[in-house]
Design a protein around this ligand. Structure first.
Ligand code: FE2
Length: 191
């Protein structure tokens, strides 16, 4: 079993293994990650540790990539007034929790039927304040954008697999243009 220095993170990985060993139906399994991530976000030592993580746009830290179940745990450190492009995570699930600072989550609905290739028409469905401790479940193909709402914020991502192995669609809200991305630059980080 992988051992991390941070106790709460070790516990989180153990809990994830127990959850995934149940082989629950997809939706139930990913909904089940929500309370596990919530309790990790409450750990003050983990919160403190995250304050040393260097913030850089376009970077995602690798905290854990599971050798047994393939799930991935990452960290995003947001710059002041960070604005993320609207995007989806392709066929993968993401459980997204704010560890430190404040963010705002936007969820969009796609209004067109995709027949005009390279273009999409989106409508803002919800805008939710996401202070530290908030956890969102982002199912496959849900279009969203996370924005910073404080000087600095840190988010923990729990994903189906390591980013970079699947296509994500990026949406330009001004021009309507869409593009394909393979995710951010991945940098290992010891916890
Ligand atoms: Fe996202």
């Amino acid at each position: 079993m992988t051992q991390y220095q941070n106790r709460a993170f070790n516990q989180f990985i153990t809990n994830m293994h127990e959850l995934f060993a149940k082989k629950l139906p997809e939706v139930q399994q990913w909904e089940g990650v929500k309370p596990l991530l919530s309790s990790l976000l409450e750990d003050q030592e983990f919160q403190r540790k995250s304050r040393d993580w260097v913030k850089k746009k376009g970077r995602e830290y690798i905290l854990h990539h599971d050798t047994k179940y393939d799930f991935f745990v990452g960290a995003l450190v947001r710059e002041p007034k960070h604005v993320a492009m609207a995007h989806d995570h392709g066929p993968t699930w993401t459980i997204y929790g704010v560890l430190d600072g404040d963010e705002i989550t936007h969820i969009y609905e796609r209004l067109d039927n995709g027949e005009n290739e390279g273009y999409a028409k989106l409508e803002l469905k919800t805008r939710t304040e996401a202070p530290a401790g908030s956890v969102d479940v982002v199912p496959p193909y849900v279009i969203h954008a996370e924005k910073g709402s404080s000087e600095r914020s840190v988010a923990i991502t729990v994903r189906t697999t390591k980013p970079g192995s699947y296509d994500q669609t990026m949406f330009n809200l001004e021009t309507g243009k869409t593009g394909i991305s393979r995710g951010l630059e991945l940098i290992p980080l010891a916890v």
